[in-house]
Ligand binder design. Structure first.
Ligand SMILES: Nc1nc2c(ncn2[C@@H]2O[C@H](COP(=O)(O)OP(=O)(O)OP(=O)(O)O)[C@@H](O)[C@H]2O)c(=O)[nH]1
Ligand SMILES: [Mg+2]
Length: 455
């Protein structure tokens, strides 16, 4: 199981944490730029430098724990993030120089026992030696000079940070750029399922309902990530690996969740699975945290099923309210099937699992080039892409670029001119033609040379 390593950015205010965070997470965030209602949590994101994917956390702006001192700026969440991370990048400011607050943070980090890389930011235009000289004093090893704003030294820094985490080579075919990806046959593929949701939403009840009546094949703790648990089980002849997020414990035949919520573990489970089952609580408002996790699921491209739990315990007014709230706050999840369930009574669980299977099948669907091209040409015939200036984008053919999520690469000329509404139009045409419910779909455009431009 490849859990993505977690890199946490720590430092006093204004040293450039968010600038570095944005640089690290930019490429994927751009994939889902403008979905209506999508609230992005700018604290957690997936980063990728070269071939190395990781999760990164910006601790700036978390709720402070104390009224004064640097701890005023450090939060409980920061402590938890430091404890749960694989590497901490401690940023200091080359221009402001060494600061008493840096010293305090250094003490805290040394106590944490975590692997720390000291990173001297804003070092553009300075000699390396001059930038780092005074920071040796922090006693955190060799400082690395970077410029987050300009990008200098960032790749080397991340490579250094992730030295001991070999890049995944197995599951990442969907991310490479080759024209002929090797597609997995989903039917004999174990479904990796992550059940996510905030504390007390009913994750362990659902897991017991699911797993309790079925054959549990293995239950173990992978060595790499503390407390992350996988449970393998079979249900109606399908094989599943459940990836836990809540610190499940096994007691005899029953699982109990240690109700300590961890955003980081939730994000790691999302990254590690094929299908996410997002549990919401019918008795509660949809929280910002629910919305942030939903946004991360969309960014991750994982297939998704939503279950609103404790349905047995709410009246019809509340049922109407939660439906409206869902449409308002989580409208960008409209590709996913939504079920109302009672995990406790086992109501709706079969339907949820059918949707999980269907979402998985859609995520791994094989889309043939002739059919993709036919659907593309029909769509264009019915509604051609708008001109941009003197250019009329011309689409020639489409092929599949990856799975989970399905990626469709459209080839043609002058395709940079295609705007988002047209992309969405194509998306819905492809969705209908291939019945791709339950999974995000990514459409990318590749222009060959532009005949209108001299070459
Ligand atoms: N010259 C220079 N300026 C930078 C660099 N990185 C960030 N800055 C600037 O430093 C200021 C603070 O950057 P942020 O990224 O907001 O800092 P932060 O650590 O997130 O701050 P808090 O969230 O308040 O803790 C901004 O004006 C940035 O433009 C850099 O590499 N070089
Ligand atoms: Mg910030």
């Amino acid at each position: 199981m490849a859990f993505k390593p977690v890199v946490t950015l720590v430092g006093r205010p204004n040293v450039g944490k968010s600038t570095l965070f944005n640089r690290l997470t930019r490429s994927r965030a751009a994939l889902v730029a403008d979905f209506a209602g999508l609230t992005r949590d700018r604290h957690y994101g997936e980063g990728r430098v070269g071939d190395i994917p990781f999760i990164t956390v910006d601790t700036g702006g978390f709720e402070p724990v104390a009224k004064a001192g640097i701890m005023h700026h450090m939060a409980k969440q920061t402590e938890q993030a430091i404890a749960e991370s694989d590497v901490v990048i401690f940023l200091v400011d080359a221009r402001a120089g060494l600061n008493a607050h840096d010293q305090e943070i250094a003490v805290l980090l040394r106590k944490s026992g975590q692997k720390v890389l000291l990173c001297v930011n804003k070092a553009e235009g300075m000699s390396h030696g001059a930038a780092i000289a005074e920071f040796h004093e922090l006693g955190l090893g060799q400082p690395h000079a970077i410029s987050a704003a300009h990008g200098d030294g960032v790749v080397a820094l991340i490579e250094q940070a992730l030295l001991s985490f070999a890049p995944e080579v197995d599951s990442d075919t969907q991310d490479d750029d080759s024209d002929e990806p090797e597609l997995i046959d989903a039917t004999d593929h174990r479904i990796k399922l992550a059940i996510v949701g905030r504390p007390n939403v009913g994750k362990s009840t659902l897991i017991n309902t699911l797993v309790g009546e079925n054959r549990v094949i293995a239950f173990d703790l992978p060595g790499t990530t503390r407390d992350a648990i996988e449970v393998e089980f079979e249900r109606d002849d399908r094989r599943y690996t459940l990836i836990d997020t809540a610190g499940l414990r096994r007691r005899g035949k029953v699982f109990e969740a240690v109700e300590k919520f961890s955003v980081i573990k939730t994000l790691q489970a999302i990254e590690a699975c094929n299908v996410v089952l997002l549990l919401l609580d019918a008795q509660q408002e949809i929280s910002d945290q629910d919305a942030h996790i939903a946004g991360f699921i969309l960014e991750s491209g994982r297939a998704l099923v939503v279950a609103i739990n404790k349905w047995d315990n709410v009246d019809s007014d509340r049922r109407e309210r939660i439906k409206r709230e869902f449409d308002r706050k989580l409208r960008f999840l409209n590709f996913a099937k939504v079920h109302n369930i009672s995990a406790l009574r086992g109501q709706g669980v079969n339907a949820v699992m059918r949707s999980v299977n269907a979402a998985h099948a859609a995520a791994f669907a094989k889309l043939s080039t002739p059919k993709l091209t036919r659907v593309l040409q029909d769509a264009v015939a019915q509604q051609p892409p708008p001109r941009k200036g003197i250019f009329r984008p011309k689409m020639r053919y489409a092929h599949q670029g990856g799975q989970n999520p399905p990626r469709i690469i459209v080839h043609g000329n002058a395709l940079d001119a295609i705007a988002d509404p047209y992309r969405r139009y194509l998306e819905s045409r492809f969705r209908d033609a291939f019945e791709l419910a339950g999974t995000p779909l990514r459409i990318e455009f590749k222009s060959s040379h532009n005949p209108y431009v001299d070459n």
